[in-house]
Ligand binder design. Sequence first.
Ligand SMILES: *Cc1c(COP(=O)(O)O)cnc(C)c1O
Length: 253
Amino acid sequence: MQFIDLAAQQARIRGSLDARIKAVLDHGHYIMGPEVAELEARLCAFTGARHCIACASGTDALLMPLLAWGIGAGDAVFVPPFTFFATVEEPALLGATPIFVDVDPVTFNMRPDLLEAAIEAVRARDDSRFPLPGAARERQLRPAAVIPVDLFGQAADYEALLPIARRYGLSVLEDAAQSFGGSRHGKKTCALGCHAAATSFFPAKPLGCYGDGGAVFTDDDGLAALLRSIRVHGKGGDKYDNVRLGINGRLDT
Ligand SMILES: *Cc1c(COP(=O)(O)O)cnc(C)c1O
C-alpha cells in the first residue's frame, strides 16, 4: 500500500473533477477564475479564518506575508531547522538572516523556550548561550518574525509561542503546509491566532490540487488587502497600476 495514493483519491472524485474541468475549459478564465474566489470562500468557512488569499504555491504563500511586512536585510527571522527548505529560503531570499531554533524531540516542532533564548541572543549579540550565525554576531539584527512549522499534521505549540512573539514584537507566520485540516484545542490550523498562516496545495500535501497551489490566511483586513496586491505584481486600482513590488503569485483556475 502506498503512503500517498493520488490515483485512488482521483478515482473517487473523477466524475465531479471532469465536470469542473470542463466548466473551466468552457468559460475560459484559466487564471484566477471564479472557482478561485469560490475556493477562498470555502477555505475561510472551513478554517474559520477571516481572509483567504489563494496563490501559486506554498512557497509564495510564505513569501507574500514576508514581503507585506517589509522583511529584509538586517532582520532576524526565527525558523526551525527541521522543515522543508522553503521555510528558510523565503526569508533568506529577501536578505533577512534565518536563525535556527531547534525542535522538540517528541513533536518535531519549534521549542518555545529556545525561541526566547534565540531572540535574547540576537538582541544581545551574545552567542555564549545560544549558537548564532556569523551575520547575527557581526551586526545588530532586529528580531522581526518567526515562522513556526506544523510538521506531519501536528500544530506547533502556539499557546507558548505567541506570547513570546508578542512580548518581543515579532510577526508570526504559521507554516501550515503540512497541517491543513488539522486542529489544536478545537481550532483549525491556519486560524490559530498568528498574524498570517501559509499552506500548500502541492498534490502530496494534506489538501492537494492538480498542480501547484497555496494560500495565505489572516484575520487582518489591512494585511489581506496588501497580500491581494502583492499576489499580482503590487497592483493598485487595476493590474497596470503598480503601486508596490509584488510577484506573479496568481493561482490557476
Ligand atoms: C511543501 C512545503 C512548503 C512549500 O510548498 P510548495 O507548495 O511546494 O511551494 C513549505 N513548507 C513546508 C513545511 C512544506 O512541507
